[in-house]
Design a binder for this molecule. Structure first.
Ligand SMILES: Nc1ncnc2c1ncn2[C@@H]1O[C@H](COP(=O)(O)OP(=O)(O)O)[C@@H](O)[C@H]1O
Ligand SMILES: [Mg+2]
Length: 218
């Protein structure tokens, strides 16, 4: 069982979106549990709109201390995703979650205001634990010239942060998914959704492979 914390102290970067959609994509092949530790209850609202059954087991919103007890659960999961709060006040929650995590997935948007909180999350919470992590760039706008190149250069060369090869573009279908109760596993494939489904699916495969490889056994 591998526990993946989806975390960034900056709000609005896509933690909830990525936790829900990547957990869904991963559930095609694996036993997946998603736990929400964010008092804002975003996943609960989304999950309530999804026609039953959900493709993964879902526990939300939980005290973060539940995460520490996960190994005691009799049920066995391949991957446990933990959605986390996006604020600087919830450090106790983040401490508990990151102590229990095998890997941190750090969504980041290509915006100057996301830089400092992302760096702070990595330098103060993730790196001191020796926790493996990868930044995933979210909400890229293909119409903005050179955006991909500029941000990849920052991540790879200026900051040297590990990142996923896959990036996620900004799609209206992502923004609509919580109210429509949509997860990639049950979205119709059409021009509105095809790009999004492909990106999330590739990201899930990449994260699964990566986490299994760094953890040694599979
Ligand atoms: N790739 C994307 N394209 C379009 N909208 C997105 C994308 N990722 C996230 N969003 C939207 O941006 C907002 C913030 O995303 P959310 O996942 O709630 O971030 P966080 O959990 O980090 O606060 C939400 O309204 C969400 O639907
Ligand atoms: Mg959220």
């Amino acid at each position: 069982m591998y526990t993946i914390a989806v975390t960034n102290q900056k709000g609005g970067v896509g933690k909830t979106t990525i936790a829900m959609q990547v957990a869904a994509a991963m559930s095609r092949r694996h036993r997946v549990l998603l736990i929400d530790t964010d008092p804002q209850r975003s996943t609960q609202w989304w999950a309530d709109n999804v026609p039953r059954p959900l493709p993964f087991d879902y526990a939300g919103p939980q005290q973060a201390s539940v995460i520490a007890r996960l190994p005691l659960l009799q049920v066995e999961y391949d991957f446990v995703f933990v959605d986390t709060p996006g604020s600087f006040e919830e450090t106790r929650t983040l401490d508990l979650v990151l102590d229990a995590a095998d890997f941190a997935l750090v969504p980041m948007t290509p915006e100057p205001l996301a830089v400092e909180p992302t760096m702070r999350t990595i330098h103060r919470l993730i790196e001191p634990r020796g926790l493996r992590y990868a930044v995933v760039l979210n909400k890229l706008d293909p119409r903005t010239p050179h955006q991909w190149d500029v941000w990849m250069h920052r991540l790879d060369t200026d900051w040297g942060y590990p990142r996923t090869a896959e990036t996620l573009r900004r799609y209206k279908a992502h923004a609509d998914a919580p109210i429509l109760g949509e997860l990639v596993t049950a979205m119709p494939t059409n021009p509105r959704t095809a790009g999004l489904i492909g990106e999330v699916t590739r990201l899930a495969v990449e994260v699964g492979t990566h986490v299994a490889a760094i953890s040694g056994t599979w």
